[in-house]
Design a protein around this ligand. Structure first.
Ligand code: ADP
Ligand code: MG
Length: 581
């Protein structure tokens, strides 16, 4: 209580020294966060939360101030993914709130627990639309874009407000929660003792959800009888932090596994059962697929169509969200529960003897993988200048191999698609990227969040366009002296830097200033900037950055003609039916 309380003497000088301990909204919010182990806030200060940020920092909460709320929000979102605790983002009203809202919606879409706390105007003025400073009905706007939204109007409800926000964020399928705190709440005063009692320490915020035994049996039966089984691990499996049981289950099954992008490293990409390099083959030819924390959304071609081939197939899905089942195709064996509990139950029910999958299937997958790896190898060893993607990613691949603890952040088009395939990941939750939406702009927010939450060095591999969405946060990285090395794959534009506008003197819509030097940007803030024109130079610069932990930005000069339109998802672009004039 001592922290939250301050003394107030009765204003009536003549009165008997009536002294009582008081607290206020500022301190109750701080105490509610700390009581629940929420010790880091990502945000941007301003009216009405500037003083709150100061007080939170003074109370021992780590408060990281960003240059734009969206980046603070992305940091909070990835903190939620990495820690299983809601990441906290703090913003001012209307415009700040809206900037943070993109990240909150992103967190919800990706099933990351996050709480966006925004200051707001008073209800009386907002509801009558009387034109307050930064007036906006934020609660109503947030609601459809997140898992839950709450507003606290009275200091004595702060404890319950936070309890509800925390539970909503982490229980069941995790997601984003909006918490609306009107300006006047912060200065509301109440008795400290009563305030203290009103706080809630949330017990067991994400209760285990044990799967039904018959569902476990059904899932195993489907898997056991398959001729060409496959396990797909998604980022829900990485989030669950059930790394050991997942590894035991996969290894005991002997079944090839395919990691989705952010599930890479749950088992190393170099694991003999990893089918990452045989992706097309296993998707097309498998006859039973067990999804563990992965959705059959666009990233898996909705479980149907050409990618999945003609052969009949059974899907088994392990997920905490019952309504995820049958979302795209029929799920023959739904297994609902948290991944730790489900996979433990599967492992337990497998018993002593589990049949090894048919040898011809294992051989098909293994030889396809080896063939593809061998095909790729020489391309990764070129030392061309300017660099192509393979030459540049070839050296980064080795650097990550030598530093399996570092966190890899990745966004862009070609930079994303090629890095995902080329760079092996060796430990869980070490690759974080654009996620379910394919959102550009996560880069510096993720890098900061990962550095702060893990204390490990971060390597951010960024397309030049993608980097532009959050580039100003390199000042934040320098200010907090975070061990982040940003490599900007600079190919002078979006997809390629070679487009020409034939209709006028303006540049084409997809190109940037030719020969830009992004490395100069970080020098303005005291960081290390390097211009790298060959894989050798790139390798040297990244090694130094990773070893020293100094904020570094490397401008990696990539051949403007090297990329392809929209990377690997060009098929999602609509095609004009009209002939070009
Ligand atoms: P990916 O993009 O890697 O395929 P998705 O985001 O599509 O992964 O899927 C993640 C899935 O994991 C979601 O359906 C979510 O409900 C589920 N999930 C998240 N956390 C857990 C958990 N602890 N236990 C079970 N399922 C989870
Ligand atoms: Mg580019």
């Amino acid at each position: 209580m001592a922290e939250a309380a301050f003394k107030k003497t009765s204003a009536d000088a003549g009165a008997v020294a009536a002294e009582r301990e008081l607290t206020d909204g500022f301190h109750l919010v701080i105490d509610a966060l700390k009581l629940n182990g929420l010790d880091t806030i990502y945000g941007v200060p301003g009216i009405p939360i500037t003083d709150f940020g100061r007080m939170a920092q003074a109370s021992g909460i780590r408060v990281l101030s960003f240059r734009h709320e969206q980046n603070a929000g992305y940091a909070a979102a990835i903190a939620g993914f990495l820690t299983k605790k809601p990441g906290v983002c703090l913003t001012v009203s209307a415009p700040g709130f809206l900037n943070g809202l993109t990240a909150l919606a992103h967190a919800t879409t990706n099933c990351f627990p996050m709480i966006l706390i925004s200051g707001s105007s008073e209800r009386e003025i907002v509801d009558l639309q009387q034109g307050d400073y930064e007036e906006m009905d934020q609660l109503a706007i947030a609601k459809p874009l997140c898992k839950a939204a709450f507003r606290v109007l009275h200091a004595q409800d702060i404890g319950i407000g936070f309890a509800r926000a925390i539970r909503a964020a982490v229980s069941g399928r995790p997601g984003g929660v909006y918490l609306d705190l009107p300006a006047r709440l912060f200065s509301q005063v109440m008795d400290a003792e009563a305030g203290h009692k009103s706080l809630v320490k949330v017990i067991d915020p994400a209760p285990a959800q044990i799967p039904a035994p018959d569902a476990v049996k059904r899932a195993l039966d489907a898997l056991r009888s398959a001729k060409r089984p496959l396990i797909i691990l998604g980022k829900g499996a990485a989030y669950a932090q059930a790394d050991d049981v997942i590894k035991s289950f996969v290894e005991k099954s002997g079944i090839p596994f395919l990691p989705m992008s952010m599930a890479k490293g749950l088992l190393p990409d170099t694991h003999p059962q990893c089918a990452g390099a045989a992706r097309s083959t296993v998707l097309r030819d498998s006859d039973a697929v067990m999804l563990i924390g992965a959705r059959l959304n666009w990233l898996l071609s909705h479980g149907k169509g050409k990618v999945w081939g003609e052969a009949p197939r059974k899907f088994i899905q392990v997920d905490i969200e019952p309504r995820e089942m049958d979302s795209n195709v029929e799920i023959a064996a739904p297994l609902v529960g948290d991944i730790g509990s489900c996979v433990s139950a599967l492992l337990g029910a497998m018993g002593g003897s589990w049949p090894t999958p048919p040898a011809d299937w294992i051989k098909t997958v293994t030889s396809k993988r080896e063939e593809n790896v061998a095909k790729m190898a020489p391309r990764l060893m070129n030392n061309n200048s300017p660099m192509d993607y393979h030459g540049a990613l070839g050296v980064l691949r080795t650097i990550v191999k030598e530093r399996p603890d570092a966190v890899l952040v990745n966004e862009g088009a070609n930079t994303l698609d090629l890095a995902r395939g080329i760079i092996d990941v060796y430990r869980p939750r070490k690759r974080i990227d654009v996620g379910t939406w394919g959102a550009m702009g996560i880069g510096m927010g993720y890098a900061i969040g990962a550095a702060v939450e893990t204390g490990k060095p971060v390597l951010a591999i960024e397309g030049d366009s993608a980097f532009g969405f959050s580039g100003m946060e390199i000042e934040t990285i320098c200010r907090y002296k975070l061990p982040v090395c940003v490599v900007v794959f600079n190919n002078d534009g979006i997809y390629r830097g070679t487009d020409v506008n034939k209709a006028g003197s303006d540049p084409a819509t997809t190109v940037f200033v030719k020969g830009s030097r992004y490395d100069k940007m970080i020098e303005a803030f005291g960081g290390v900037g390097v211009n790298a024109t060959s894989p050798d130079e790139l390798k040297r610069a990244v090694n130094v950055a990773m070893d020293t932990g100094k904020p570094t930005l490397i401008n990696a000069v990539i051949d403007p003609a090297a990329g392809s339109e929209s990377g690997r998802i060009g098929n999602l672009n609509p095609q004009s039916k009209l002939a070009r004039k």
